[in-house]
Design a protein around this ligand. Structure first.
Ligand code: SF4
Ligand code: SF4
Length: 476
């Protein structure tokens, strides 16, 4: 029992500590920073971008759950357009599979929210606490004023950013300026406070405390990414043959400093400096081969290239390369091998679904109408012998202005249409209306009529009439 507990505690001790990374300069680091700046600029500014519109708040992007409409600039998405969401999810999945098949986990390394927020929080630590060695020293030293200020200050900033991340997220679902005012004056809805609290805690916990453990222990994508890899997939790889040579890697001691000296003595180009391991956000050693913990961030490539430059060896000991190229007797220059069945299949699915989505958005009707026949009872025989059917018409006006509609019919006389006392069919901008319609036909006309067309015409000039095929029921 005791032995088990001790083992468990050792395992926990090994698992819980967070990797303390060293900073690095290079093109992958620059690209990551550029993506981070762009992603944060978009995420934090979008809810504050004003946008003139008549039927909702003047906010460029707003997922208005109260009126069940999503505003995305000039596009307004209604609940009836929910299949767009399904298409969007399919496109996202196809894009993920396509890029992974081509260049490995580019999403994880550069674009995933977990990566973006973790990267920022590491940057905060580096700025306040110093480089890797200083942070490791701080970790080991007992709590004193320096540690309280530096570690406490970093975590205070992380919590503040997590809080603003949560507020911004909630602001996408309501009028942002009003929500922030209400939040700080105690007038926001309970759901607002719960959302902000929950997201503050989860953001801080995931990016500030758990970090790489989310990628290596919690993320399911890390586990099934291998299915999408092929031998031609470009992945961050260590050139083992070049790095190890015949006699293995070794530090550059006297007589093994220059490239020529090492080659002559059968040693590889890896000088075993460990820089690639120290910069890795998941704490792995890429020299052990491709591992599921690798998020393809490319920072070890930057690190190794810097080392190769400093010792005067060729760059690219760690590089984006494919397994098949690395297995060549003399590896060629790595290139994108996209003429592969899987990649082409993902690309075709991506293009097809994206085209369909854009076509659907571009050709969406401005008015959506459904007609339902009332089936209880299917028909009524009136005192004058006429047959009456009743219908419910639901009109959604998806325009940004009030619309008036006229109702006519094909296959039955217009005089059969009975809208009661409704003087005109008017629907306000971005609203819907349900009306009750009666159709009264003489017994002879009813016998001949099984179907007819209802025609609903918007008054706006140039708007197309909408024709809806409708059943008419009568006694046999
Ligand atoms: S091994 Fe390299 S590419 Fe993979 S996560 Fe670590 S630093 Fe990033
Ligand atoms: S950075 Fe390059 S040289 Fe240094 S240990 Fe890693 S692979 Fe070897």
């Amino acid at each position: 029992m005791q032995a088990g507990s001790a083992k468990q505690s050792t395992l926990l001790h090994k698992t819980i500590p967070i990797v303390v990374t060293r900073s690095v300069k290079g093109k992958f680091r620059n690209f990551k920073t550029a993506v981070m700046v762009l992603a944060y600029s978009i995420y934090f500014s979008l809810p504050w971008l004003p946008w003139a519109r008549f039927s909702g708040d003047n906010q460029a992007v707003m997922f208005d759950l109260a009126t069940r409409r999503f505003f995305i600039f000039d596009l307004i998405v209604y609940p009836q357009d929910i299949f767009w969401l399904a298409m969007l999810l399919f496109i996202a999945a196809a894009l993920l599979f396509f890029t992974t098949g081509l260049i490995g986990r580019a999403w994880c390394g550069f674009f995933c929210f977990q990566t973006l927020w973790t990267d920022l929080f590491i940057l905060i630590e580096q700025t306040i606490q110093g480089e890797r060695n200083a942070r490791l020293r701080l970790k080991k030293q007992p709590w004193n004023l320096e540690k309280i200020i530096k570690v406490g200050g970093s975590h205070f900033l992380m919590i503040a950013i997590s809080f603003w991340t949560a507020v911004t997220f909630a602001a996408y679902f309501t009028h942002a300026p009003q929500f922030v005012r209400d939040l700080f004056t105690g007038h926001a809805a309970d759901a607002g406070y719960i959302t902000v609290l929950a997201l503050t805690i989860t953001t801080y916990a995931a990016a500030g405390l758990l970090r790489e453990h989310i990628c290596t222990l919690a993320c399911p994508y890390a586990r099934f990414q291998g299915v999408m890899y092929e031998s031609d997939t470009l992945a961050v790889s260590y050139d083992t043959r070049r790095g190890e040579g015949e006699k293995g890697r070794t530090i550059p001691i006297v007589g093994l400093r220059t490239h020529e000296e090492r080659q002559a003595q059968g040693h590889g180009d890896c000088i075993d400096c460990g820089f690639c391991v120290q910069v890795c956000p998941t704490g792995i050693d890429i020299r052990d081969g491709l591992q599921y913990q690798c998020i393809s961030c490319g920072l070890c490539i930057d690190a190794c290239n810097n080392i190769m430059d400093s010792v005067g060896y060729p760059r690219g000991l760690i590089r984006y390369d494919s397994e098949s190229n690395l297995n060549n007797p003399i590896p060629k220059k790595p290139k994108l091998e996209w003429m592969r069945l899987k990649v082409l299949g993902y690309a075709a699915a991506l293009l097809l679904m994206s085209g369909l989505l854009f076509y659907n958005i571009g050709t969406r009707a401005q008015t959506e109408i459904t007609v339902q026949q009332v089936r209880q009872p299917l028909y009524t025989v009136l005192s004058d012998g006429n047959i009456r059917n009743r219908y419910q018409i639901h009109i959604v006006n998806k325009t940004e202005h009030a619309e008036t509609y006229t109702l006519s019919a094909e296959g039955i006389p217009d005089s059969a249409i009975d809208l009661g006392n409704l003087p005109a069919i008017k629907v306000r901008a971005a609203k819907d209306l349900t009306l009750n319609l009666k159709i009264n036909l003489s017994p002879e006309a009813a016998r001949k009529t099984q179907e007819f067309d209802l025609i609903i015409t918007p008054a706006t000039q140039g708007a197309e009439p909408i024709k809806i095929e409708t059943n008419f029921s009568s006694p046999k």
